[in-house]
Design a protein around this ligand. Structure first.
Ligand SMILES: NC(=O)c1ccc[n+]([C@@H]2O[C@H](COP(=O)([O-])OP(=O)(O)OC[C@H]3O[C@@H](n4cnc5c(N)ncnc54)[C@H](O)[C@@H]3O)[C@@H](O)[C@H]2O)c1
Length: 141
């Protein structure tokens, strides 16, 4: 199974990736923009594991998301990528909207597009076994 984990350099994402790699044989693709919130000490881009791939990038970048889905044949998306430091939303709410709302929408659209069985826009059949898991966002405006 190929799992796209976004925000995997953050507090929850990185610990979750370490847990998965220690217990399962899933292929993990970690997409993270490495913002101020990421845990650089975790050396997230240097985890030495054959099933682990790190990509530095933005969940708002639809071309990049499409490339990742095509290259890795993603089965599961777990979205931890977020502006999560609530105090910062008072100074700069726009980046919260961008990542937490527009970025999540970009991920959802990309997953839907890549997992649809038919090109008929009204068809609701998706590839078997796929999942999109959204970690809760907090946002103050
Ligand atoms: N930490 C908690 O106790 C807790 C509890 C409940 C829910 N949550 C939610 O879980 C999610 C993750 O929390 P966390 O504590 O790991 O956050 P975090 O701030 O530690 O990590 C967020 C990660 O997302 C990355 N990121 C930010 N913008 C990005 C973008 N546009 N594209 C790609 N990557 C981007 C950052 O670089 C960072 O590595 C958030 O939605 C948060 O609200 C956290």
């Amino acid at each position: 199974m190929n799992i796209l984990i976004t925000g995997g350099a953050g507090f929850i994402g990185f610990n979750f990736i370490k847990f998965l790699l220690s217990k399962y044989k899933y292929t993990i693709i970690n997409l993270d923009l490495l913002t101020y919130a990421s845990n650089l000490e975790s050396l997230v881009d240097r985890v030495d594991h054959e099933n682990y791939h790190f990509i530095k990038g933005d969940i708002c970048n639809r071309d990049l998301l499409n490339d990742i889905f095509s290259q890795y044949n993603i089965d599961v998306v777990i979205n931890f990528a977020a502006e999560s430091h609530v105090d910062r939303s008072i100074d700069d709410p726009e980046i919260f909207l961008k990542t937490n709302v527009i970025g999540t929408q970009a991920l959802l659209d990309t997953a839907k597009k890549n997992w649809k069985v038919s090109s008929d826009k009204y068809d609701r059949e998706f590839k078997k076994g796929v999942k999109f898991i959204q970690q809760m966002k907090c946002m103050v405006l």
